[in-house]
Design a protein around this ligand. Structure first.
Ligand SMILES: [Zn+2]
Length: 86
């Protein structure tokens, strides 16, 4: 599918992130600029538009917004260690 936009190769190979060519996206969790913006589903009450991959990986995004990327039953303890490691 060609949409005419310039796109970098996706280093995450998940399709869940999109690159931000302007580099002006600021993660709403860590307040750091990020070239990558999470583009997948985020189950939170707040309307979170910009989350960097690192905050998702270390759980900061889910903790800050009380959201969930996985089953809500496992929000207190990260049972799956592999979720935190690359
Ligand atoms: Zn972040």
């Amino acid at each position: 599918m060609h949409c005419g936009q310039h796109r970098y190769p996706d280093p995450f190979k998940t399709g869940a992130f999109e690159t931000n060519d302007s580099g002006e996206a600021v993660c709403e969790v860590c307040q750091m600029r990020t070239p990558y913006v999470y583009n997948g589903p985020f189950y939170a009450l707040e309307n979170v538009e910009v989350i960097c991959p690192w905050c998702i990986k270390n759980g900061a995004a889910a903790k800050k917004f009380d959201g969930s990327f996985q089953d809500a039953g496992s929000c207190e303890v990260v049972a799956d260690k592999s979720f935190l490691e690359s």
